[in-house]
Design a protein around this ligand. Structure first.
Ligand SMILES: [Zn+2]
Ligand SMILES: [Zn+2]
Length: 334
């Protein structure tokens, strides 16, 4: 099969590789759509290595059509499916408490398992038995459904920060993740959504997708939010969040921050403001199901985030596009 083979940082190319070898109970999918995530780019550039094998196939946001059901009841070849990409161990303290996203023993597609930038994707039996495979009805866009994973992470972040109707929500950083935060906050009934973003075209995208106000970081000083979501890993934006969040408000450090760089955070702003600062990592299967429902029902038009769609043969062009600031979500299709 053809696949984007990641050999080492900076070295990935479309290659012919052997088809996945199935073990009893494994399923095989033919790729429908795989979206490029900022994390894929960080891995490609060597800025994220944990769990990543060399060589391997990246991609954790994908949908496919079943080629081999692995004998699992209730599935037939040709069925469309989305895969919740992370498999928790199910037995550690976090798993038992229901926080499977922060399981210390996660294995995931695009990391420990070969991922979506390939013609064929093996879904190991353990993922199916754990309920990580979700059926997609015929009418549901397989491109849009490929965005269920990032949307689930956004749901997790807003669940933890407690975003609800009536909140004034500031989203700092309007990349694809920030824009998903805007769409979800709107869907949750936020009273007012403020987007803080340097580039004009992304501010325009944010206004298109439901933000009430879109300003540059300088223009944001003096604004006030009940909850601020830091959606790109910029310490400057995290500190801006402490200044625009009302006393007793919440700050979600949603994005990961650069490793090894100074990440000074104004602790006294949090102290005097009585802010609640929350983190966010990954997703649970329940949140994945919620994301798929929001997409399938048309409640969240995530397809508006897809700026480019390229065939797998052009996967490296797709990565080049995704690395440019002008693209939003870039999706590779079979
Ligand atoms: Zn992702
Ligand atoms: Zn666990």
């Amino acid at each position: 099969m053809k696949a984007a083979l990641f050999r080492k940082p900076g070295d990935m190319a479309l290659e012919t590789v052997s088809d996945p070898r199935l073990e009893p109970g494994d399923m095989l999918l033919r790729l429908s759509a795989a979206a490029i995530c900022g994390t894929d780019i960080r891995i490609y550039r060597g800025r994220k290595t944990r769990g990543v094998r060399l060589p391997s196939i990246l991609g954790h946001e994908f949908t496919g059509a079943i080629v081999d059901t692995g004998g699992h009841a209730g599935w037939k070849t040709g069925d469309h499916a989305a895969v919740c990409p992370a498999l928790p161990c199910g037995t550690c303290r976090e798993c038992r408490a229901g926080f499977e996203n922060i399981c210390a023993n996660l294995t995931a597609f695009g990391y420990e398992r070969d991922g979506g930038f390939a013609e064929l994707i093996r879904v190991p039996k353990a993922f199916i038995e754990a309920g990580n495979l979700f059926r997609l009805d015929r009418g549901v866009s397989q491109l849009a459904a490929a965005l269920a994973e990032p949307l689930s992470c956004v749901i997790n972040g807003q669940d933890i920060a407690g975003v609800t109707g009536g909140d004034t929500v500031a989203v700092l950083g309007a990349g694809p993740i920030g824009l998903l935060h805007v769409m979800l906050a709107r869907q949750r009934g936020a009273k007012r959504i403020i987007v803080v973003q340097r580039s004009a075209h992304r501010r325009a995208a944010a206004l298109d997708l439901g933000a009430d106000v879109a300003v540059t970081p300088d223009e944001a000083e003096g604004l006030e939010a009940d909850v601020s979501i830091v959606a790109v890993g910029s310490p400057d934006l995290a500190n801006l969040a402490t200044r625009i969040t009302r006393p007793r408000g919440r700050i979600s450090l949603f994005a990961g921050f650069p490793v090894g760089e100074a990440t000074a955070f104004d602790l006294n702003a949090v102290h005097y403001g009585e802010h609640t600062v929350t983190g966010a990592f990954g997703l649970t299967k329940t949140q994945f199901a919620e994301a798929l429902d929001l997409i399938a029902s048309g409640s969240l038009a995530v397809d508006k985030l897809i700026s480019h769609r390229l065939p797998l043969e052009q996967v490296m062009d797709a990565f080049a596009l995704a690395e440019q600031g002008s693209a939003l979500k870039v999706v590779v299709t079979n």
